[in-house]
Structure formats: C-alpha cells, structure tokens
Ligand binder design. Structure first.
Ligand code: NDP
Length: 244
C-alpha cells in the first residue's frame, strides 16, 4: 500500500484537491504541491482523514529552483515519483489588443513552462523505474480558443503539443504522457467569473450542468492506472459535450 507516489501541482484547492483525494483512494501516496503551505496542509489532512497518506510542499512552478528543490525533497523522502499531474494553472483574461505583456508572460510561464520544468525533473526518476504516468491538465480553451483568453488558450494548446512530444520521446520507456481538457468546472477559477459569462458557458454544455472537480479527478485516476498503459499522447476531453 502507498508505495507509488503521485505528485499533484496546484493541489491546495479545486481540481487539484479532488485529484489528490481521488488518487489517495487508489493507494497512491500524495504530494500536495502548491505555494501556500497552510492550504496544502488542510488538503493533506483531508487525505489522511480518508485513510490516505500525503506530504506537503511549498512549491511554486514559476521558479525553476522551487521545482528542483521540491522534487529533490520528495525523492529524498520517498525515493520515487510515479505519477505527475501538472494541474497548477491561472488565468489573466483580457482582449488581445489590451493584454499586458506581463499577463501574457505570467500565464505562459506558470501554465506551460511550469509544467515543462516539472516533467524535466521527474522523467529521469520514471525512466529509472521504467514506469510513469504524466497527466497534463489542459483545457477546452486550448482546443477551441476563447475570446479574451489568448494567453491562457496559448498555454493550454502548448500543453497539448508538449504532451504529444514527450509522449513520443518516452513511448518505449513505460512512461505515458496524456492531457485532459476539462470544460466548464465549478472551482474558484470559474466562480469569480461574471454571472453572464457563467450563464453563457453553461448554455454551451450539451449535458446542461457544470462539471465538478471530481469529474476531472476520475479521468486522471484512469490515466494514472495500469489499465491505461496503452494510451499515450492523447487528449481526453471531460467537458459534458461542450466541444466535440
Ligand atoms: P483554482 O484557481 O481553483 O486552483 C489553482 C491551483 O493552482 C491552486 O491550488 C493554486 O494554489 C495553484 N497555483 C497557483 N499558482 C501556482 C504556482 N505558481 N505554483 C504552483 N501552484 C500554483 O483552479 P482550478 O482548480 O479551476 O484549475 C486547475 C487546473 O485546471 C488549471 O490548470 C486550470 O487552468 C485547469 N482548468 C480549469 C477549468 C475550470 O473550469 N475550472 C477548465 C479547464 C481547465 P493557491 O491555492 O496557493 O493559489
């Protein structure tokens, strides 16, 4: 029990929290890796309360030093990382004409470069074990585009290209690399959108309901499992039919 380690970035709340809670029930030891240690501890406590095991990391994907040091700490304590879920993400929306370069840079740095840095650090560990699962949390916006989100859409489309490239590099090594493209999911990220935007998103979901973080976590659980061993380089849309 708990000999496989799952490293989840942005696990302090929302989709990342649900992924941690779901994977712990599949027997994974969970690394809760986000910038705020107190929030991470709350999630780790929830994991322990559901008979799971977890450690927390004060972890910032925008800092190469933080990524290196955090992953080194996990290796020092647990010797391995079997599953990496690149879930940390932010949005800084504006029409392209008005978008500040700082917001373009930050979103690309955090959502895309951050995921790349994490992949770079865990791949040698996975190669050593000849087993690994990387799941990158992209977005329907990376597939379909979205007015007012050029930076976010570029970062999420970039994750898809990165997923397919690393999947090819790792295909003979027992390591699968896949992306999940969530649709409209109920978290802090979408709760703060104006009511009319939320209504517009909901109207575009054929299933007629907003997705829950657990809907995404269930897909991660599958892609992280032995059963998904012949699936790599794929983008799994979990969006209630929002984009087909
Ligand atoms: P939330 O805003 O609820 O949570 C974001 C998480 O990312 C938090 O844990 C946050 O930590 C963490 N985070 C922020 N900055 C950093 C950083 N520099 N380093 C590490 N972690 C960081 O987002 P969601 O749960 O909604 O989204 C999770 C992922 O799913 C994101 O990649 C998002 O783009 C994607 N997604 C979400 C959709 C939705 O409808 N909600 C739809 C499609 C994709 P802290 O708590 O400390 O701020």
């Amino acid at each position: 029990m708990f000999n496989r380690v799952a490293f989840v970035t942005g696990a302090s709340r929302g989709i990342g929290r649900a992924i941690g809670l779901t994977l712990c029930r599949s027997g994974f030891y969970i690394v809760v890796a986000s910038p705020e240690i107190e929030k991470n501890e709350e999630v780790a406590e929830e994991i322990r309360a559901s008979s799971g095991e977890a450690m927390t990391l004060n972890f910032d994907v925008t800092s190469a030093e933080s990524v290196k040091a955090g992953i080194a700490k996990v290796v020092a304590e647990k010797t391995r990382i079997d599953v990496l879920v690149n879930n940390a993400g932010i949005a800084r929306d504006a029409l392209a004409m008005r978008m500040k370069q700082a917001d373009w840079d930050l979103v690309l740095q955090l959502n895309l470069t951050g995921a790349f840095l994490c992949c770079q650090q865990v791949l040698p560990l996975m190669m050593r074990n000849r087993w690994g699962r990387i799941v990158n949390i992209s977005s329907v916006v990376g597939q379909a585009g979205s007015a007012g989100q050029a930076n976010y859409a570029a970062s999420k489309a970039g994750l898809i290209g990165m997923t397919k490239s690393i999947a090819q590099e790792m295909a003979t090594r027992g390591i699968t690399v896949n992306a999940i493209a969530p649709g409209y999911i109920e978290t802090d990220m979408t709760r703060k959108l104006p009511e009319e935007v939320r209504a517009k998103y909901l109207a575009s979901v054929p299933m007629g309901r907003i997705g829950q973080p657990e809907d995404i976590a269930a897909a991660v659980k599958f892609l992280a499992s032995e059963d998904a061993g012949y699936i790599t380089g794929q983008v799994l849309a979990v969006n209630g039919g929002m984009y087909m």
